[in-house]
Design a protein around this ligand. Sequence first.
Ligand code: GTP
Ligand code: MG
Length: 319
Amino acid sequence: MIGKIGRGFTRLRDGLRKTRNQLGDGVRSIVKGRSSFDEGMWEEIEELLLRSDTGAAVAEEIVDELRLASGRWGKPDAEQVFSQLRESIATRLGGEPVPLQLDGGEGPAVVLVIGVNGAGKTTSIGKLAARLSGEGKRVLVVAGDTYRMAAMEQLAVWADRADVPIVKGKEGADAAAVVWDGLEAGVRRGSDVILVDTAGRLHTKSGLMDELVKVRRVIEKRLPGAPHEVLLVLDGTTGQNAIQQARVFGESLGVTGLVLAKLDGTAKGGVVMAIRRELDVPVKLIGVGEKLEDLQDFDPAAFAEALAPSDATPSEAQE
Ligand SMILES: Nc1nc2c(ncn2[C@@H]2O[C@H](COP(=O)(O)OP(=O)(O)OP(=O)(O)O)[C@@H](O)[C@H]2O)c(=O)[nH]1
Ligand SMILES: [Mg+2]
Protein backbone atom coordinates (compact mmCIF):
# COMPACT_ATOMS: atom_id res chain seq x y z
CA MET A 1 0.00 0.00 0.00
CA ILE A 2 2.53 2.58 -1.10
CA GLY A 3 1.08 6.05 -0.83
CA LYS A 4 -0.85 5.11 2.25
CA ILE A 5 2.38 4.78 4.18
CA GLY A 6 3.00 8.15 5.70
CA ARG A 7 2.66 10.08 8.88
CA GLY A 8 -1.08 10.47 8.53
CA PHE A 9 -1.56 6.78 7.99
CA THR A 10 0.63 5.89 10.95
CA ARG A 11 -1.48 8.15 13.16
CA LEU A 12 -4.64 6.61 11.77
CA ARG A 13 -3.34 3.14 12.48
CA ASP A 14 -2.30 4.12 15.99
CA GLY A 15 -5.63 5.80 16.57
CA LEU A 16 -7.58 2.75 15.46
CA ARG A 17 -5.51 0.38 17.57
CA LYS A 18 -8.38 -0.78 19.77
CA THR A 19 -10.67 -1.51 16.86
CA ARG A 20 -7.83 -3.17 15.00
CA ASN A 21 -6.96 -5.38 17.97
CA GLN A 22 -10.53 -6.51 17.99
CA LEU A 23 -11.19 -6.87 14.28
CA GLY A 24 -7.95 -7.39 12.35
CA ASP A 25 -6.05 -9.26 15.02
CA GLY A 26 -9.22 -10.99 16.15
CA VAL A 27 -9.93 -12.41 12.71
CA ARG A 28 -6.37 -13.54 12.40
CA SER A 29 -6.45 -15.50 15.60
CA ILE A 30 -9.77 -17.08 14.68
CA VAL A 31 -8.47 -18.23 11.31
CA LYS A 32 -5.00 -19.27 12.42
CA GLY A 33 -4.62 -22.92 13.20
CA ARG A 34 -7.85 -24.00 11.50
CA SER A 35 -7.53 -26.61 8.82
CA SER A 36 -10.95 -26.14 7.26
CA PHE A 37 -13.74 -23.58 7.05
CA ASP A 38 -16.41 -24.54 9.52
CA GLU A 39 -19.59 -22.98 10.79
CA GLY A 40 -18.00 -22.10 14.11
CA MET A 41 -15.42 -19.97 12.40
CA TRP A 42 -18.00 -17.85 10.56
CA GLU A 43 -19.96 -17.44 13.75
CA GLU A 44 -16.89 -16.26 15.62
CA ILE A 45 -16.09 -13.73 12.92
CA GLU A 46 -19.66 -12.46 12.92
CA GLU A 47 -19.47 -12.12 16.68
CA LEU A 48 -16.31 -10.00 16.34
CA LEU A 49 -17.98 -7.71 13.86
CA LEU A 50 -20.96 -7.28 16.13
CA ARG A 51 -18.71 -6.46 19.05
CA SER A 52 -17.11 -3.69 17.00
CA ASP A 53 -20.62 -2.25 16.50
CA THR A 54 -21.10 -2.78 12.79
CA GLY A 55 -24.73 -3.68 13.45
CA ALA A 56 -26.33 -7.01 12.63
CA ALA A 57 -27.06 -6.35 8.96
CA VAL A 58 -23.51 -5.31 8.11
CA ALA A 59 -21.99 -8.19 10.11
CA GLU A 60 -24.15 -10.69 8.26
CA GLU A 61 -23.37 -9.24 4.84
CA ILE A 62 -19.64 -9.25 5.46
CA VAL A 63 -19.66 -12.84 6.68
CA ASP A 64 -21.65 -13.84 3.59
CA GLU A 65 -19.02 -12.22 1.40
CA LEU A 66 -16.22 -14.00 3.25
CA ARG A 67 -18.05 -17.30 2.98
CA LEU A 68 -18.54 -16.82 -0.74
CA ALA A 69 -14.89 -15.91 -1.28
CA SER A 70 -13.74 -18.87 0.77
CA GLY A 71 -14.98 -21.14 -2.03
CA ARG A 72 -11.94 -19.95 -4.02
CA TRP A 73 -9.48 -20.59 -1.22
CA GLY A 74 -8.10 -24.01 -0.43
CA LYS A 75 -7.98 -23.79 3.33
CA PRO A 76 -8.23 -20.99 5.86
CA ASP A 77 -5.49 -18.45 5.44
CA ALA A 78 -5.46 -15.40 7.69
CA GLU A 79 -4.06 -13.14 5.01
CA GLN A 80 -6.66 -14.09 2.42
CA VAL A 81 -9.46 -13.72 4.91
CA PHE A 82 -8.27 -10.30 5.98
CA SER A 83 -7.77 -9.17 2.44
CA GLN A 84 -11.43 -9.99 1.68
CA LEU A 85 -12.49 -8.44 4.98
CA ARG A 86 -10.68 -5.23 4.06
CA GLU A 87 -12.43 -5.13 0.72
CA SER A 88 -15.81 -5.73 2.33
CA ILE A 89 -15.17 -3.00 4.90
CA ALA A 90 -14.05 -0.48 2.27
CA THR A 91 -17.15 -1.24 0.19
CA ARG A 92 -19.39 -0.78 3.25
CA LEU A 93 -17.73 2.58 3.86
CA GLY A 94 -18.68 3.84 0.44
CA GLY A 95 -15.50 4.10 -1.59
CA GLU A 96 -14.32 7.64 -2.19
CA PRO A 97 -13.70 10.22 0.54
CA VAL A 98 -16.16 13.14 0.59
CA PRO A 99 -14.17 16.34 1.20
CA LEU A 100 -15.35 19.32 3.23
CA GLN A 101 -17.01 22.02 1.15
CA LEU A 102 -14.99 25.07 2.06
CA ASP A 103 -15.54 27.26 -0.94
CA GLY A 104 -17.42 30.32 0.23
CA GLY A 105 -17.40 31.98 -3.19
CA GLU A 106 -17.15 35.74 -2.67
CA GLY A 107 -17.23 35.52 1.11
CA PRO A 108 -16.08 33.19 3.86
CA ALA A 109 -17.16 29.56 4.03
CA VAL A 110 -19.13 28.97 7.20
CA VAL A 111 -18.91 25.68 9.05
CA LEU A 112 -21.52 25.18 11.77
CA VAL A 113 -20.51 22.52 14.27
CA ILE A 114 -23.19 20.84 16.36
CA GLY A 115 -23.64 17.79 18.60
CA VAL A 116 -24.62 16.66 22.07
CA ASN A 117 -22.55 17.73 25.06
CA GLY A 118 -19.12 16.22 25.31
CA ALA A 119 -19.18 14.75 21.80
CA GLY A 120 -15.99 16.55 20.80
CA LYS A 121 -17.19 19.73 19.03
CA THR A 122 -14.80 22.26 20.53
CA THR A 123 -11.80 19.94 20.27
CA SER A 124 -12.61 19.12 16.65
CA ILE A 125 -12.93 22.82 15.81
CA GLY A 126 -9.55 23.47 17.40
CA LYS A 127 -7.92 20.74 15.37
CA LEU A 128 -9.64 21.80 12.16
CA ALA A 129 -8.67 25.44 12.74
CA ALA A 130 -5.03 24.42 13.16
CA ARG A 131 -5.10 22.33 10.05
CA LEU A 132 -6.78 24.84 7.78
CA SER A 133 -4.62 27.63 9.09
CA GLY A 134 -1.55 25.47 8.43
CA GLU A 135 -2.77 25.12 4.84
CA GLY A 136 -2.67 28.90 4.52
CA LYS A 137 -6.37 29.62 5.01
CA ARG A 138 -7.50 32.60 7.06
CA VAL A 139 -9.60 31.01 9.77
CA LEU A 140 -11.85 32.59 12.39
CA VAL A 141 -13.53 30.69 15.20
CA VAL A 142 -16.76 31.81 16.85
CA ALA A 143 -17.72 30.80 20.37
CA GLY A 144 -21.42 30.15 19.91
CA ASP A 145 -21.54 28.15 23.16
CA THR A 146 -22.30 31.15 25.34
CA TYR A 147 -23.77 29.35 28.31
CA ARG A 148 -20.56 28.50 30.06
CA MET A 149 -17.59 30.75 30.50
CA ALA A 150 -15.44 27.62 30.55
CA ALA A 151 -16.67 26.64 27.09
CA MET A 152 -15.59 29.95 25.60
CA GLU A 153 -12.27 29.75 27.38
CA GLN A 154 -11.71 26.23 26.09
CA LEU A 155 -12.26 27.41 22.53
CA ALA A 156 -9.97 30.39 23.17
CA VAL A 157 -7.18 28.02 24.23
CA TRP A 158 -7.59 26.05 21.02
CA ALA A 159 -7.70 29.24 18.96
CA ASP A 160 -4.49 30.32 20.60
CA ARG A 161 -2.81 27.00 19.85
CA ALA A 162 -3.97 27.16 16.26
CA ASP A 163 -3.00 30.83 16.13
CA VAL A 164 -6.35 31.99 14.76
CA PRO A 165 -8.63 34.82 15.96
CA ILE A 166 -11.74 34.17 18.00
CA VAL A 167 -15.03 36.03 18.42
CA LYS A 168 -16.86 35.46 21.67
CA GLY A 169 -19.62 37.16 23.59
CA LYS A 170 -20.35 37.66 27.26
CA GLU A 171 -21.38 34.67 29.31
CA GLY A 172 -25.09 34.05 28.84
CA ALA A 173 -25.28 36.22 25.70
CA ASP A 174 -27.67 35.24 22.96
CA ALA A 175 -25.80 32.65 20.88
CA ALA A 176 -27.37 33.78 17.60
CA ALA A 177 -26.27 37.37 18.26
CA VAL A 178 -22.70 36.28 18.94
CA VAL A 179 -22.69 34.23 15.77
CA TRP A 180 -23.99 37.22 13.80
CA ASP A 181 -21.12 39.31 15.19
CA GLY A 182 -18.72 36.52 14.31
CA LEU A 183 -19.83 36.51 10.69
CA GLU A 184 -19.55 40.30 10.55
CA ALA A 185 -16.00 40.07 11.86
CA GLY A 186 -15.15 37.31 9.39
CA VAL A 187 -16.40 39.31 6.44
CA ARG A 188 -14.58 42.41 7.64
CA ARG A 189 -11.30 40.55 8.10
CA GLY A 190 -11.56 38.70 4.82
CA SER A 191 -11.61 35.28 6.49
CA ASP A 192 -11.68 32.24 4.24
CA VAL A 193 -13.34 29.95 6.76
CA ILE A 194 -15.46 30.65 9.84
CA LEU A 195 -15.85 27.77 12.29
CA VAL A 196 -18.85 28.16 14.59
CA ASP A 197 -18.88 26.27 17.90
CA THR A 198 -22.22 25.64 19.63
CA ALA A 199 -23.55 24.41 22.94
CA GLY A 200 -24.26 20.74 23.52
CA ARG A 201 -26.60 21.33 26.39
CA LEU A 202 -28.42 24.47 27.40
CA HIS A 203 -28.79 25.84 30.86
CA THR A 204 -32.00 27.62 29.98
CA LYS A 205 -35.54 26.55 29.28
CA SER A 206 -35.32 26.82 25.53
CA GLY A 207 -34.49 23.59 23.77
CA LEU A 208 -31.13 22.93 22.19
CA MET A 209 -32.67 22.27 18.79
CA ASP A 210 -34.58 25.56 18.85
CA GLU A 211 -31.42 27.45 19.62
CA LEU A 212 -29.41 25.71 16.93
CA VAL A 213 -32.13 26.29 14.36
CA LYS A 214 -32.05 29.96 15.29
CA VAL A 215 -28.26 30.09 14.91
CA ARG A 216 -28.56 28.42 11.54
CA ARG A 217 -31.16 30.95 10.40
CA VAL A 218 -28.96 33.84 11.41
CA ILE A 219 -26.10 32.40 9.37
CA GLU A 220 -28.36 31.95 6.34
CA LYS A 221 -29.58 35.49 6.67
CA ARG A 222 -26.18 37.12 7.07
CA LEU A 223 -24.44 35.19 4.30
CA PRO A 224 -26.59 33.76 1.51
CA GLY A 225 -25.38 30.26 0.63
CA ALA A 226 -24.09 29.69 4.18
CA PRO A 227 -23.67 27.55 6.18
CA HIS A 228 -21.55 25.66 3.67
CA GLU A 229 -21.19 22.77 6.06
CA VAL A 230 -23.25 21.68 9.05
CA LEU A 231 -21.03 19.16 10.80
CA LEU A 232 -22.54 16.90 13.40
CA VAL A 233 -19.93 15.63 15.85
CA LEU A 234 -20.61 12.16 17.22
CA ASP A 235 -18.76 10.46 20.03
CA GLY A 236 -17.34 7.29 18.50
CA THR A 237 -17.23 5.55 21.85
CA THR A 238 -21.02 5.58 22.08
CA GLY A 239 -21.23 3.13 19.19
CA GLN A 240 -24.69 2.58 17.78
CA ASN A 241 -26.27 5.29 19.97
CA ALA A 242 -24.61 7.81 17.71
CA ILE A 243 -26.99 6.83 14.91
CA GLN A 244 -30.07 7.86 16.81
CA GLN A 245 -28.49 11.21 17.66
CA ALA A 246 -27.65 11.78 14.02
CA ARG A 247 -31.28 11.20 13.07
CA VAL A 248 -32.57 13.73 15.58
CA PHE A 249 -30.10 16.45 14.59
CA GLY A 250 -30.37 15.66 10.91
CA GLU A 251 -34.11 16.24 10.84
CA SER A 252 -33.97 19.80 12.11
CA LEU A 253 -30.63 21.09 10.98
CA GLY A 254 -29.74 19.77 7.55
CA VAL A 255 -26.52 18.05 8.55
CA THR A 256 -24.06 17.88 5.63
CA GLY A 257 -21.32 15.80 7.19
CA LEU A 258 -20.39 13.78 10.25
CA VAL A 259 -17.33 14.02 12.42
CA LEU A 260 -16.72 10.83 14.33
CA ALA A 261 -14.60 11.80 17.32
CA LYS A 262 -12.70 9.68 19.85
CA LEU A 263 -12.25 6.63 17.65
CA ASP A 264 -8.95 6.09 19.45
CA GLY A 265 -10.86 5.44 22.65
CA THR A 266 -12.96 2.57 21.41
CA ALA A 267 -12.95 -0.91 19.90
CA LYS A 268 -16.31 -0.04 18.36
CA GLY A 269 -14.88 1.57 15.23
CA GLY A 270 -17.11 -0.73 13.18
CA VAL A 271 -19.86 1.77 13.91
CA VAL A 272 -18.66 3.74 10.89
CA MET A 273 -20.08 0.97 8.73
CA ALA A 274 -23.39 1.07 10.57
CA ILE A 275 -23.52 4.85 10.15
CA ARG A 276 -22.85 4.57 6.47
CA ARG A 277 -25.61 2.03 6.10
CA GLU A 278 -28.22 3.77 8.22
CA LEU A 279 -27.67 7.42 7.34
CA ASP A 280 -27.49 9.40 4.14
CA VAL A 281 -24.85 11.76 5.46
CA PRO A 282 -21.17 11.04 4.77
CA VAL A 283 -18.56 10.80 7.50
CA LYS A 284 -16.13 13.57 6.55
CA LEU A 285 -13.70 13.70 9.45
CA ILE A 286 -12.57 11.34 12.18
CA GLY A 287 -10.87 12.10 15.48
CA VAL A 288 -8.18 9.64 16.47
CA GLY A 289 -6.57 11.37 19.44
CA GLU A 290 -6.42 14.52 21.51
CA LYS A 291 -3.59 16.28 19.73
CA LEU A 292 -3.88 19.03 17.16
CA GLU A 293 -3.01 16.72 14.29
CA ASP A 294 -5.45 14.00 15.32
CA LEU A 295 -8.35 15.01 13.13
CA GLN A 296 -8.23 13.36 9.75
CA ASP A 297 -10.22 13.39 6.54
CA PHE A 298 -12.16 10.17 6.48
CA ASP A 299 -10.79 7.92 3.75
CA PRO A 300 -12.66 4.60 3.48
CA ALA A 301 -9.79 2.68 1.89
CA ALA A 302 -7.22 3.93 4.40
CA PHE A 303 -9.61 3.18 7.26
CA ALA A 304 -10.06 -0.42 6.10
CA GLU A 305 -6.32 -0.81 5.56
CA ALA A 306 -5.57 0.54 9.03
CA LEU A 307 -7.48 -2.39 10.53
CA ALA A 308 -5.01 -4.92 9.09
CA PRO A 309 -3.63 -7.24 11.75
CA SER A 310 -0.41 -6.05 13.29
CA ASP A 311 2.72 -8.01 12.64
CA ALA A 312 3.26 -9.55 15.99
CA THR A 313 6.27 -7.40 16.76
CA PRO A 314 7.16 -7.47 20.46
CA SER A 315 5.89 -3.94 21.10
CA GLU A 316 2.55 -4.47 19.44
CA ALA A 317 2.16 -7.93 20.90
CA GLN A 318 2.42 -6.44 24.35
CA GLU A 319 -0.36 -3.92 23.80
N1 GTP B 1 -9.13 10.61 22.82
C1 GTP B 1 -9.84 11.54 22.21
N2 GTP B 1 -10.47 12.46 22.94
C2 GTP B 1 -11.19 13.40 22.30
C3 GTP B 1 -11.30 13.44 20.88
N3 GTP B 1 -12.10 14.49 20.57
C4 GTP B 1 -12.47 15.06 21.74
N4 GTP B 1 -11.92 14.41 22.79
C5 GTP B 1 -12.08 14.69 24.22
O1 GTP B 1 -13.46 14.65 24.56
C6 GTP B 1 -13.75 15.58 25.59
C7 GTP B 1 -14.93 16.45 25.17
O2 GTP B 1 -14.55 17.20 24.04
P1 GTP B 1 -15.12 18.65 23.72
O3 GTP B 1 -14.48 19.08 22.46
O4 GTP B 1 -15.00 19.54 24.89
O5 GTP B 1 -16.64 18.31 23.47
P2 GTP B 1 -17.84 19.30 23.17
O6 GTP B 1 -18.73 18.61 22.21
O7 GTP B 1 -17.33 20.62 22.78
O8 GTP B 1 -18.54 19.37 24.60
P3 GTP B 1 -19.57 20.49 25.16
O9 GTP B 1 -19.02 21.81 24.81
O10 GTP B 1 -19.61 20.22 26.63
O11 GTP B 1 -20.89 20.22 24.53
C8 GTP B 1 -12.48 16.36 25.82
O12 GTP B 1 -11.84 15.87 26.95
C9 GTP B 1 -11.64 16.08 24.58
O13 GTP B 1 -10.26 16.14 24.84
C10 GTP B 1 -10.62 12.44 20.13
O14 GTP B 1 -10.68 12.35 18.88
N5 GTP B 1 -9.91 11.51 20.84
MG1 MG C 1 -17.67 22.52 23.55
